[in-house]
Design a protein around this ligand. Structure first.
Ligand SMILES: O=C(CO)[C@@H](O)[C@H](O)COP(=O)(O)O
Length: 228
């Protein structure tokens, strides 16, 4: 008996598909050197029910399988799975409850992005790649302790004010969102790349800001024309 017994075949089919996808996307985190040990997680919301799939807590990436992925409801309560959900489940659930357009969430502790988070300094928009993907600076979210809705609230309140799909939670690290889990993983890869490049640039002097109208044009082209 599992909480999934209350759902029909359409939901069961999607759960199987999303377990496979989310398991595969977790392998991208060590591949892009965004995590050490077990310190990062990916989730995707289902389209057929108010549920999402996330990794179990404390399992190394090479041990993760589609079957080990857990299913939670939008309060973060375990619905199906053999292990406890990720310790960041409440934050993912809060984002899904308050941002209906978001279907994928990623959290990492990638080194350069987390270094900016430790200083609570937004990454300034000084690269065309940043204008493309983030539409401006990468913002800082508040300091929040794990264990309740504080992290989720900080993510949502910060990202609602921004075009960025990434927020650097103060003293913690990046959380990224997307239309699906793959888009959120892409934003996690990009945030680390630009945090590293801007850090290196600052060792050479002051990076030059990009004028706002050019940021807007780059963002519009990348979001609406690029890759179509
Ligand atoms: O930020 C934290 C803990 O502070 C988490 O990201 C964990 O480091 C990853 O935990 P699990 O997903 O394995 O529970």
């Amino acid at each position: 008996m599992t909480g999934l017994d209350a759902f029909g075949p359409e939901v069961h089919e999607e759960v199987a598909r999303v377990r496979e996808l989310v398991s595969r996307l977790h392998a991208e985190l060590p591949r892009w050197e965004l995590v050490v040990w077990t310190a990062g997680n990916v989730s995707q919301r289902l389209s057929t029910a108010d549920l999402f799939v996330i990794k179990p807590s404390g399992v190394t990436y090479d041990e993760l399988t589609p079957e080990s992925m857990v299913v939670c409801d939008l309060d973060g309560t375990l619905v199906d799975g053999d292990r406890s959900p990720s310790s960041d489940t409440a934050a993912h659930a809060y984002v899904y409850r308050h941002m209906p357009e978001v279907n994928g969430v990623v959290h990492t502790h990638s080194t350069y992005a987390t270094a900016w988070a430790a200083r609570a300094e937004p990454v300034p928009c000084v690269l065309t790649m940043m204008a493309d993907e983030f539409g401006g600076d990468i913002p800082i979210g508040p300091f929040a302790l794990i264990g309740d809705d504080s992290i989720g609230r900080g993510i949502v309140e910060t990202l609602r004010e921004s075009r960025s799909p990434a927020v650097l939670m103060q003293n913690h690290g990046p959380f990224t969102i997307g239309k699906d889990a793959k888009a959120a993983v892409k934003a996690a890869v990009m945030v680390e790349e630009v945090a590293r490049t801007v850090h290196i640039s600052r060792q050479l002097g002051d990076p030059l800001p990009i004028p706002q109208e050019d940021v807007d044009r780059l963002y519009d082209r990348y979001q609406n024309v690029y890759g179509r």
